[in-house]
Design a protein around this ligand. Structure first.
Ligand SMILES: [Zn+2]
Length: 227
């Protein structure tokens, strides 16, 4: 009797093993390859209105330390005298986009020709300094009309909007802690986050908030991307 029981236990064990092998084989064949990257929320850190000397430099230091790539939308005339910081952006693998030559809405949006000229001048400035032709564009002040969007597309640009902000231009005198909290609260529930921030000279709190912003998104399992 004991021997028989032993046989049944062995037989049952063998059947279980066979079933496991069968189903795991099927799962391996049919289940899509699981990667963390495809499951994770994507965060695009974007900085407008630069370059500035101190703030942009501090932001680049943090990005380098954290091994994160970001996207900078530059104001062409602010590049003068800050060529080094712009070259550093390119050298360290960040994406550089066009945000206008002057950031003066009255000039940029006065006509389609004026807009095209402004974009062309800013792009040429970036190209001259970095050797890289910019391919992404962000409208100063968010743009005005659909025809302007069409014009930029015809010029070959990918237009980048945003769906979250850190509040550095929306909340007056916000400290770093408020900026980090605002970045997270405006990003909540979004599978792909395009976070608008600024590296203007007056945005020192944005540079201070950046390590906490990166840490908080990392804690949520997000991956960082540049355009
Ligand atoms: Zn701007």
């Amino acid at each position: 009797m004991q021997k028989r029981n032993g046989f049944y236990i062995l037989a049952a064990f063998a059947i279980i093993l066979m079933l496991l092998a069968h189903f795991s084989g099927r799962m391996a064949a049919t289940a899509p390859a699981f990667t963390f990257a495809s499951e994770a929320r994507e965060v695009y850190l974007t900085f407008d209105d630069g370059p500035s000397t101190v703030v942009t430099g501090e932001i680049l230091d943090t990005l380098k330390e954290e091994n994160v790539k970001a996207t900078f939308f530059l104001v062409g005339e602010r590049i003068d005298g800050r060529e080094e910081v712009v070259r550093r952006m390119a050298k360290e693998g960040h994406t550089i986009g066009v945000h206008s030559m002057t950031h003066r809405y009255d000039m940029i949006y006065s006509s389609p020709e004026a807009l095209a000229e402004d974009v062309g001048k800013c792009a040429a400035r970036i190209e001259k300094v970095t050797g890289v032709t910019p391919r992404v564009y962000r409208f100063p002040g968010g743009g005005r009309h659909a025809r302007e969007e069409q014009l930029l597309k015809e010029m070959g640009y990918r237009i980048v909007w945003w769906n979250a902000v850190n509040g550095d231009s929306e909340i007056a005198h916000a400290d770093a802690e408020t900026l980090a909290k605002t970045a997270l609260s405006t990003s909540a529930g979004k599978g792909q986050v395009v976070l608008l921030m600024h590296d203007r000279a007056d945005c020192t709190e944005t540079a201070k908030a950046l390590p906490a912003i990166i840490a908080a998104f990392r804690e949520e399992g997000c991956v960082f991307r540049a355009f």
